[in-house]
Ligand binder design. Structure first.
Ligand SMILES: N[C@@H](Cc1ccc(O)cc1)C(=O)O
Length: 408
């Protein structure tokens, strides 16, 4: 990576956010002389974003920390089309009411990470349905469509991969990149947006927007993508045995959110501290160098900081306190029910003992349905025996019910 002089690019590059960047030198120069409005778009395919979107949200936060203006674009329009980028199959189409409900629920999380308002570096939120919903087909094709060649569109990964694998790509989805490109042009006109950021799968959509904005308005805008965040064992970050790690509190308790971070692989701690917390780099360097089991202290710091950012200080403190009491003192935290066991117990009896199942049949159905977990691991064997030693064993039924087996 070349040396950057602007706070913006220095901050993004030293904390590990940059994968690809268009004309870095020109963006660097622009960021030195003015407030750069930069955007990231989020489609509203679920009621909450999950950890997979957290790098993008953190990038908007970094943009603001470096003195620039974050623009959150909610994809009220693009969600109706469905981005084929990085997807093997067409997305399930949502109706207007479903999209509106998802947007209302998703948008709350941004208030935790960004400061909104009317000042030059305050964040703003815009819904692209504002301009996409009312496009007129023939004028749009003539003004915008003529700048795209099918020859080139076929070469972008989002299209090419589906064709190569002989997976269907509908004409509806084929239009997505044009609509996202048009968003960039609209945002350049409406709020002088100069930068679009996104995950690495968004590169094609972003580049199309840059070219369209240059061709139609003669304005130079920039693009930046983040690396795909994987864990040390090679998995995509945020996929746990129990499902997606949701950012919204009504989808995942703050205690479970905290635990997700606490369970970070030793090798990922430093990288995650840089990406997902505001701790200064020298402090992170110290934490990631902690030897042996002391690295667990760094994981607790990561869990505390990341949870405080997303869920607030009080939620982070409560989660840390519950964890400390349950795991460090071996006693039960207020938040979780316990069941005392002498030596070992069968999984079925444990589920009944904690009140998660009313009968043996009920407990077996829960296990068959994939709803029973020990720690983060799904239980599939209904005859499994659990040995309870000095440390309590955490048992869960579904997403909401958690309890501890403690030694009698
Ligand atoms: N295509 C993006 C979302 C997006 C929507 C509209 C935009 O203008 C930009 C980005 C995604 O699927 O993650």
């Amino acid at each position: 990576m070349t040396e950057h002089t602007s706070d913006l690019l220095r901050l993004l590059s030293e904390r590990g956010y940059i994968h690809q960047l268009t004309d870095g030198a020109a963006l660097d120069a622009l960021a030195l002389k003015q407030v750069v409005p930069g955007y990231i778009g989020f489609d509203a395919t679920a009621p909450s974003l999950h950890i997979g979107s957290l790098v993008q949200i953190m990038m908007l936060r970094r943009l603001q920390q470096a003195g620039h203006k974050p623009i959150v674009v909610m994809g009220g329009g693009t969600t109706k089309v469905g981005d084929p980028s990085g997807k093997d199959e067409s997305r399930k189409l949502l109706d207007d009411a479903g999209i509106a409900a998802n947007i209302a629920s998703i948008r709350r999380v941004f208030e935790r990470f960004l400061t909104f308002g009317d000042e030059p570096t305050d964040a703003i939120l815009i819904d692209n349905a504002e301009w996409l919903d009312t496009l007129e087909y023939i004028p749009f094709l003539r003004d915008v469509g003529r700048h795209f060649t099918i020859n080139r569109m076929l070469a972008f990964d989002s299209v090419k991969l589906r064709l190569e694998r002989e997976q269907a790509l509908t004409f509806l989805e084929f239009n997505y990149m044009i609509l996202q490109a048009y968003d960039f042009l609209e945002l350049s006109r409406r709020v002088e947006c100069r930068l679009q950021m996104g995950g690495s799968d968004q590169w094609g959509n972003i580049v199309n927007g840059i070219e369209l904005t240059r061709r139609i308005d003669g304005v130079e805008v920039f693009g930046l993508t983040t690396p795909l965040i994987t864990t040390a064992d090679g998995a995509k970050m945020g996929k746990t045995a129990s499902g997606a790690v949701w950012l919204n509190e009504d989808q995942l308790s703050s205690y479970d959110y905290w635990q997700f971070w606490r369970n970070t692989d030793d090798r990922d701690v430093g990288r995650f501290l840089r990406l997902f917390t505001d701790l200064p780099l020298d402090e992170i360097a110290r934490l990631e160098a902690l030897p042996g089991a002391e690295i667990n202290a760094a994981k607790v710091v990561l869990a505390n900081e990341a949870t405080a950012l997303c869920r607030g200080d009080a939620a982070a403190r409560d989660a840390a306190e519950t964890a400390r009491r349950t795991f460090e003192e071996g006693a039960a935290g207020d938040a979780l029910p316990t069941f005392a066991v002498s030596g070992s117990i069968g999984i079925v009896d444990a589920l009944i003992g904690l009140g998660f199942a009313a009968s043996k049949g009920d407990a077996k159905r829960l296990i068959k349905g994939g709803g029973a977990r020990i720690g983060a691991a799904k239980v599939s064997d209904e005859t499994m025996m659990i040995v309870v030693g000095d440390d309590p064993v955490r048992l869960s039924a579904g997403k909401k019910h958690h309890g501890l087996l403690v030694r009698d």
